[in-house]
Ligand binder design. Structure first.
Ligand SMILES: Nc1ncnc2c1ncn2[C@@H]1O[C@H](COP(=O)(O)OP(=O)(O)OP(=O)(O)O)[C@@H](O)[C@H]1O
Length: 874
């Protein structure tokens, strides 16, 4: 606490007591319609939120800095603070001020942190918001993550020898917050370099195995964790228990929507390292970091947020087991051929709501009546949807159908109970249909009749008093009143009692109006209270069905994702790939799924590929800049990846041998954040591939060895290809694009290496890209032509051609011979370097003959002669 306070009011004392418990948070202290912040919190919040810092004189002579935000618009302010990495403790009044004795009780009801957001305004629809926890026990890392807004809760365990895999998983999950002990966070290499990650250091006690185990069995009301598959995984249990402890501490509610833990093995999915994810632009583009232009954007025809999130997860976790892939692929396939079913399912799904998030809000007491309506509308669609799905005999769709629960009783209850178009608040009525509850109907009647009585009374009083302008009105402070203007005050009858004086009139009450007021207000108050009561009862009923509803939500999400894959297959003319386990990849007329959508329709030139574990392991691809090498290689990687998520692929036909991993090393970029040069980043990535690839992997190497001198780079590239291609080393299927034409020699030296090139046509000085991959090598780069196309001035490109000629002359003799300066007269004029003769002349020009001794002159003459002779010899 910043200020030393000599004398405090009870309210300030209450604030300080609470703040004491939440030192690491900004405390939002509820005062009436505002959340106020005091002392240091106020200084920080006013700066970060750009709101006025005021002060309050409640404590002796000292004034307390304060600032506040209105409670109804709190979410915008929360979003700002969370995005800057702050945590906010929300402190509410927890008793009714009307009945409170002394100062009204306040308590923190929730701590909002980046990883525990449930407010829809702060979440992105098709993106999960994860809180992760990592723990370490018995040589293994446990990694648990939970999306509090959907109830998804997953955990895995990774041997400590594979710390890199832990980081890869963490980067895939991209948690909004990580809960971890300080010791463990220091022990994970690379963690501190994830600059965007918010790390919260947790108490070691939260992760203690016994405590964690007990907390989990208590929360899930089970005796062992066997059913969740993590009984034998102590580090996983510890991480899961840790994350749950943090949730209890911050959420302060029962978290009943966290119903199960899904234990997964990283081996169930294809591991994609961060560089590969980035290079393949799976969910965001490489440069701009946008979603649009990513593979996800092309595939995403989902109509629900739940479906969008699931499709994203599928894309980020490709499957590796044949049975799992074909199960999904078969479901996509049947939908591609049934347009009518696709349309009907889509129409029904469009009417459903994000029930995963609705259920989470219900469980955390933050749902409103519109959420109930969303659930009602969703449930209403389910019987029709189930009926539609029954026509399919494919296993996955059958399972989805069986796991959609219409919950008819609940659905009827919601239909009967809810009014359409309820307000956002749940404590002001307007939610429940009066016909649903007899007492509510009675109270509603009384309050609406009351309004009629008042109107009639107004008429009667006008007639009785003769005051035509007499009005009966209502306000929150004074209740009902009769208003008479100053000019008519002389006509006011004796039974009117004055209540309030205005500038141009007076307000009165009389006995009859008082009686009506009591009746009306009572009825209204009671009906509002009763509606809230009924709302809570309905909420309880829904939560009794939470398992079925969560299962339904998952099924709807998966159905939407399958539908999306079927839709993109039809719209973009994809075909069903044949999957095999013999390692053979044969793609005929393959296309790049994103590039083909970015250029005018019909302009994309398709290409084939044949890769296998024998003669066609390594392709060395040469060709001019801009010819399409990178596009081609990425297209192969993306087609293979799409096949692994169960999707159709952009090609005329495709046989896809399953791979264990896809690696890409593409482009060069400095990693300034970690202080690494282009070359270091590149070599790190290559090293990672060499250490992790197997004979079942697919590797894409786009111009390795670029960031250093030509000979060093070429030698590295050569050695890497040898290593990757050799069956006793890695023997992976590899595509290598290179401008080092020397590498094409490898095809005649090593088994399994084949040369390909991207063909271009020459038209005089011009080159025409035809984007066709052909067998064999090319030995021209056309770099200068491409530079000209890019707009480099002719003066530069002409000069570059001359230099190229000279350099080529010197290089062809022997790769080991360094480039020497040109000697002929014409070349001398073109020379980049000062000639020795020029140096000699320059020295002679500058020489001071008066001060030089004869011996010095002789020595110089000798030196010059040596130089000129040396030049001639070269
Ligand atoms: N098969 C194709 N059909 C139509 N256009 C293509 C095709 N392949 C590539 N392109 C277009 O050519 C551009 C350049 O392709 P790409 O970047 O793959 O060339 P590159 O050979 O890798 O060049 P560099 O060697 O300079 O990296 C792409 O942005 C794309 O617009």
């Amino acid at each position: 606490m910043a200020a030393k306070v000599t004398k405090t009011t009870p309210m300030v004392q209450q604030y300080m007591d609470i703040k004491q418990e939440y030192q690491d948070c900004l405390l939002f202290f509820r005062l009436g319609d505002f959340y106020e912040m005091f002392y240091e919190d106020a200084v920080v919040a006013s700066r970060e939120l750009e709101i006025v810092l005021t002060s309050r004189g409640d404590s002796g002579t000292e004034r307390i800095p304060m600032c506040g935000v209105p409670y109804h618009s709190v979410s915008g302010y929360l979003a700002k603070l969370l995005s800057k990495g702050y945590k906010v403790a929300i402190c509410e009044q927890v008793e009714d001020p009307k009945t409170a004795k002394g100062i009204v009780k306040r308590a923190v009801v929730r701590v909002v942190t980046p990883g525990t957001i449930i407010e829809e305004q702060l979440l992105r629809e098709k993106v999960n918001n994860y809180l992760a926890a990592i723990s370490y026990i018995d040589q293994a890392w446990g990694l648990a993550y939970v999306d509090l807004s959907t109830g998804e809760f997953k955990v895995t365990q990774i041997p400590s020898s594979q710390s890199q895999l832990l980081m890869t998983e963490l980067i895939r999950i991209k948690p909004a917050e990580l809960y971890i002990t300080e010791t463990n966070s220091a022990a994970i290499p690379g963690l501190s370099q994830l600059s965007e990650l918010v790390v919260t250091h947790g108490a070691p006690g939260d992760f203690r195995y016994e405590t964690a185990y007990a907390r989990l069995t208590e929360h899930f009301q089970i005796h062992s964790l066997r059913a969740f598959g993590c009984e034998e995984l102590p580090a996983a249990v510890s991480a899961t228990g840790g994350v749950l402890a943090y949730l209890y501490e911050t959420q302060k509610n029962s978290l009943i929507h966290l119903r199960k833990i899904v234990t997964y093995e990283t081996g169930q999915f294809m591991t994609l390292d961060p560089a590969t994810r980035r290079n393949l632009e799976l969910t965001r583009t490489f440069r701009a970091g946008d979603t649009s232009g990513s593979l996800f954007a092309i595939l995403d025809y989902t109509v629900t947020s739940m479906g969008g999130r699931t499709l994203r997860t599928w894309l980020e976790q490709p499957l590796v087991q044949l049975a799992a892939i074909t199960r999904r692929q078969a479901a996509v396939a049947v939908l591609t051929v049934n347009l009518e079913a696709r349309e009907s399912i889509r129409e029904l799904l469009k009417n459903t709501y994000d029930i995963q998030r609705i259920l989470s809000k219900l469980a955390s007491n933050s749902a409103n009546a519109r959420d109930l309506l969303g659930l009602k509308n969703t449930l209403q669609e389910l019987p029709k949807l189930k009926e539609l799905l029954k026509q399919f005999s494919v296993e996955y769709i059958k399972e989805i159908e069986q796991n959609i629960f219409s919950c008819t009783e609940l659905s009827t209850l919601l239909i009967d109970a809810l009014l359409e178009d309820p307000p956002l608040t749940i404590k002001e009525g307007g939610i429940i249909n009066p016909s649903f509850h007899p007492e509510l109907a009675h109270l509603k009647d009384a309050s609406s009749q009351g309004r009629r009585w008042v109107a009639e009374l107004e008429q009667q009083e006008r007639e009785r008093t003769g005051i035509k302008s007499l009005k009966i009105g209502f306000n929150q402070v004074f209740g009902y009143y009769i208003e008479v203007t100053n000019s008519n005050l002389n006509m006011v009858p004796a039974d009117y009692i004055r209540k309030q004086t205005l500038t141009n009139g007076e307000r009165f009450i009389n006995q009859t109006l008082k009686e009506y007021e009591d009746l009306i207000l009572n009825a209204h108050e009671k009906s509002v209270a009763l509606e809230y009561q009924i709302f809570l009862e309905i909420r309880e009923k829904i939560l009794q069905h939470i398992d079925e509803l969560q299962q339904t939500a998952t099924s709807l999400a998966e159905l939407d994702s399958i539908l999306s894959l079927a839709e993109v297959a039809v719209r973009n003319h994809y075909i069903k790939p044949e999957l095999n386990e013999n390692g053979k990849i044969v793609i005929i007329d393959g296309r790049h799924p994103v590039v083909e959508r970015m250029i005018p329709p019909g302009n994309f030139v398709p290409n084939d590929v044949l890769l296998d574990s024998n003669d066609n392991r390594t392709h060395i691809i040469t060709g001019p800049n801009m010819a399409g090498k990178s596009t081609y290689m990425r297209q192969v990687a993306l087609i293979v990846l799409l096949a692994h998520i169960g999707s159709f692929v952009p090609a005329k036909s495709a046989q896809i041998g399953l791979v264990d991993r896809i690696f890409t090393r593409v482009g060069a970029s400095d990693d300034l954040a970690t202080g690494q040069s282009t070359f270091m980043v590149e070599m790190n990535e290559v090293a990672y591939i060499l250490n992790h690839a197997t004979a079942k992997s697919l590797i894409i190497l786009d111009e390795i060895g670029r960031g250093t001198s030509t000979f060093d780079g070429m030698s590295i590239a050569w050695a890497v290809v040898e290593f990757v291609n050799h069956p006793n080393r890695i023997g992976a299927k590899t595509l290598v694009a290179t401008h080092y034409h020397e590498l094409t020699e490898l095809a005649s030296i090593l088994d399994g290496v084949k040369n390909y090139h991207v063909a271009v046509q020459r038209d005089g000085e011009e080159i025409v890209f035809i984007r066709k991959i052909m067998p064999g090598k090319t030995d021209q780069s056309y770099g200068i032509e491409v530079a000209r196309l890019a707009g480099l001035p002719t003066e530069i490109t002409n000069r570059a051609r001359e230099i190229l000629k000279m350099l080529e002359k010197h290089q062809t003799a022997d790769l080991e011979t360094p480039v020497k300066p040109p000697v002929s007269e014409t070349e001398r004029q073109l020379s980049l370097f000062p000639m020795d003769s020029e140096v000699v002349l320059e020295e002679l020009r500058k020489m001071d003959l008066v001060s030089i001794t004869p011996l010095q002159a002789l020595n110089l003459l000798y030196e010059w002669q040596q130089k000129l002779r040396g030049q001639q010899a070269s």
